[in-house]
Each structure stands twice: as structure tokens, then as C-alpha cells.
Write a new protein. Structure first.
Length: 114
């Protein structure tokens, strides 16, 4: 799970742990790419707006490591053009913040099934 906001990482981690997922955290795009390379997680939850390497660049970096990586974007950005471009880029899902635990878990399940 990649988000530059600590409270968001806490919230998402709680949801995921309660749903029996193991969680690896990163607070920026550069750490996300390094963590993905090292740990090869089943799924990545990616924020878009972060300092340095943003979510879009991190998605490209992760997909360059593994073109089949499953990435779900979790962002406050709801612009349809941006969402469509991220899906074309290779994201497997998109959840707009704020989200319910159910919406997040449904997006994860769909991405894992893809």
C-alpha cells in the first residue's frame, strides 16, 4: 500500500489486516518501486499525488518490473480522463477517496481475479 499520508496508511492497513491480508507500506513512489522489486506483492494499492515520484510514474516503474502486476489506484482524483488513462496504462482498478472498506475490498478482489 502506497500513500504519502500516514493516517491513510493506518486506515487502509486496518481494513486489509481485518480482511486477512499481509501489508507492506510505502510512503512514496520510489519506495513503492523498491518494495515491489524486493517483495513482489500480489497487489499494490497506489495513491497518485505524492512528492517526488508520483503514483503514475510509480505504476510505470512497477509495470516495468512485472507487466502483470496488479495495481489498484486509491486517490481523491475522480477525473474520468485520468482514471481511463491509468486503466490504459495497466492499473487493474480505481477507488476514489473517501471509500468504504467494502468498495476497497471489492476493488482488490476484482483486481486479483483479473
Amino acid at each position: 500500500m502506497v500513500d504519502d499520508t500516514a493516517i491513510m496508511r493506518v486506515i487502509v492497513k486496518r481494513i486489509l489486516v481485518e480482511a486477512q491480508y499481509d501489508v507492506i507500506e510505502a510512503s512514496n513512489g520510489a519506495d513503492a518501486i523498491k518494495s515491489f522489486f524486493r517483495d513482489q506483492p500480489d497487489i499494490v494499492l497506489m495513491d497518485l499525488n505524492m512528492e517526488g515520484i508520483d503514483g503514475t510514474a510509480a505504476i510505470r516503474g512497477i509495470l516495468s518490473i512485472n507487466a502483470n502486476a496488479r495495481i489498484v489506484v486509491c486517490s481523491a482524483t475522480s477525473d474520468a480522463h485520468i482514471v481511463l488513462n491509468l486503466l490504459k496504462l495497466g492499473a487493474k482498478g480505481y477507488v476514489t477517496k473517501p471509500f468504504t472498506p467494502e468498495k476497497l475490498l471489492n476493488a482488490i478482489s476484482a483486481a486479483l481475479a483479473a
